[in-house]
Design a protein around this ligand. Structure first.
Ligand SMILES: [Zn+2]
Ligand SMILES: [Zn+2]
Length: 487
């Protein structure tokens, strides 16, 4: 993975577009007739398809061109999480709806408007597709008695979550999240470790255009958030005529949500609102100051943001977001790539003992959009090393065996054994843009040799078919360093 400028990427794309699909050295270009089997193939490919069913709204297929970005995000997060000594867990895609209603909060957008409900056949259980991971992981912590293990328990995960939102740039109804939950410790250093991990993950993906926003949302002690909510309610009611219809309602039930409103007039009111950090109780204030100090010690840049409250009810104390700082012209600009925070009351809310915890999660789709916008180039590892062509029946029989030997020796081999004609096979080799082709004919099979053809130059040479000499000869020419074999 290396980073190229946007201009370079555009240039590359242009070159790719201009490149003829069939290189000049194929037989067809020299004016020879195409064999009938290819005609058939092309007609089939162009036949119109009347699609009866399409993918659900806001849900997407990911094919191989994009999959290399998915793989790199997935591998990198695994690597970073593991380096922070996190263990991987997996929780069900479906949970009882009550789990999310109780934990995330019934008056939040996520539960109120965005949850996907699932009918089970008995009709007695209300199920929902998970809109996030924290509630499920917290439930698993309780259900498996993890409080008896050494604390805190550090877990990471990755998988799809579902939100019935209006699909738009970077917002899908099925989106993929990666994240961590650290359950069982209240110390501020844990908050810093989680923020550090998130920071390292984006840095490891070679991203630069992001910042960390941080805030404290206090605790449930009367003198802390409840007191703040009262003063916020008062502020909202004093300005009620300046608020949108939604926020008018919110200001009575859950005034913190005014901070999330996209309406400009509501943002004006929110900007003038009292700051929660000025209302924190002594313990929350100290916790917050410690978090900021450890972040400074580690050299992790951050910005205090008094308006950052996160959309979910269960957050306490530290809340943070990774915000894209791409130019305003980019659809991702100002949006969160990921975020997290403390949820010291959640485990208790789910029926467990008082257990402090903190987590972070990021969105794979947005992270990939950010990588592309920043020009992070991901190498295509999906190319075969060599194409194996055959001539005649004996050639094919030897080639089938050879393919398996080469595969075990660590080569990725493309072939078209289902085709008879060498021309058709070479056209196939051109299409997969492979640089080297091995040709095994009747004569070669009898001589125990094989032809290696450079597809760019058209140069050919004869190699020994014995594996002991063929494998090193191929490795040398392909500049391939194969450290592992698949036997
Ligand atoms: Zn407090
Ligand atoms: Zn509003």
């Amino acid at each position: 993975m290396n980073k190229a400028s946007k201009e370079d990427l555009k240039k590359d794309k242009k070159i790719e577009e201009e490149k003829p699909i069939v290189p000049a050295h194929t037989e067809q270009r020299r004016g020879m007739q195409r064999p009938p089997e290819e005609e058939e193939e092309d007609i089939r490919a162009r036949a119109p398809i009347a699609l009866v069913v399409r993918s659900p709204r806001g849900m997407q297929d990911v094919l191989w061109d994009d999959m290399r970005y998915w793989d790199i995000v997935s591998d990198t997060f695994k690597q970073v999480a593991t380096s922070f000594n996190m263990k991987k867990v997996s929780v069900p895609v479906v949970e009882e709806a009550a789990l999310f209603e109780r934990s995330i909060g019934e008056t939040t957008d996520v539960v109120e408007k965005e949850m996907f409900f699932v009918k089970d056949r008995s009709g007695t259980t209300r199920l929902a597709l998970r809109p996030e991971f924290t509630a499920g992981v917290a439930r698993a912590y309780l259900e498996h008695g993890m409080s008896s293990k050494p604390q805190p328990v550090r877990m990471w995960y990755q998988g799809p979550v579902f939100r019935h939102d209006r699909p738009q740039a970077g917002r899908y109804r099925q989106l993929t999240q990666f994240g961590v939950e650290v359950i069982g410790e209240a110390h501020s250093i844990i908050d810093v470790q989680v923020i550090h991990l998130a920071y390292e993950a984006y840095k490891a993906l070679q991203l630069d255009a992001f910042r960390i926003d941080i805030n404290s949302v206090g605790c449930l002690n009367k003198t802390c958030r409840p007191a703040y909510i009262n003063s916020l309610k008062k502020h909202a009611q004093d300005n009620t005529r300046k608020l949108c219809v939604d926020c008018k309602r919110r200001s009575k039930v859950n005034p913190l949500r005014i901070f999330d409103c996209k309406e400009e007039k509501c943002q004006v009111v929110a900007n003038l609102a009292p700051k929660i950090t000025e209302h924190l109780c002594e313990q929350c204030k100290e916790h917050y100051q410690n978090v900021l100090r450890y972040l400074q010690d580690l050299g992790i840049p951050f910005r205090e943001n008094a308006r950052l409250v996160r959309g979910l009810d269960y957050y306490t104390r530290t809340a943070f977001e990774i915000i894209s700082t791409l130019p305003a012209t980019d659809p991702l600009s100002g949006l969160a790539l990921g975020g997290g925070g403390r949820y010291d009351d959640l485990i208790q809310l789910l029926g467990g003992p008082a257990t402090p915890a903190i987590g972070f999660s990021g969105g794979v789709e947005r992270t990939i959009m950010q990588m592309k916008a920043e020009g992070v180039e991901v190498k295509n590892n999906d190319m075969p090393d060599v194409f194996l062509a055959h001539l005649g029946d004996l050639g094919r029989r030897r080639a089938v065996k050879l393919l398996d030997d080469l595969r075990r020796s660590g080569f990725r081999v493309a072939e078209a054994f289902h085709k008879d004609g060498i021309k058709a096979q070479l056209r196939n080799a051109d299409r997969v843009k492979v640089q080297w082709t091995l040709i095994l004919g009747q004569k070669e099979a009898l001589d125990n040799t094989i032809i290696l053809r450079n597809m760019e130059s058209g140069m050919q040479e004869t190699l020994d078919l014995n594996l002991d000499s063929l494998v090193p000869a191929l490795k040398k020419r392909l500049h391939k360093e194969i450290l592992t074999s698949h036997t």
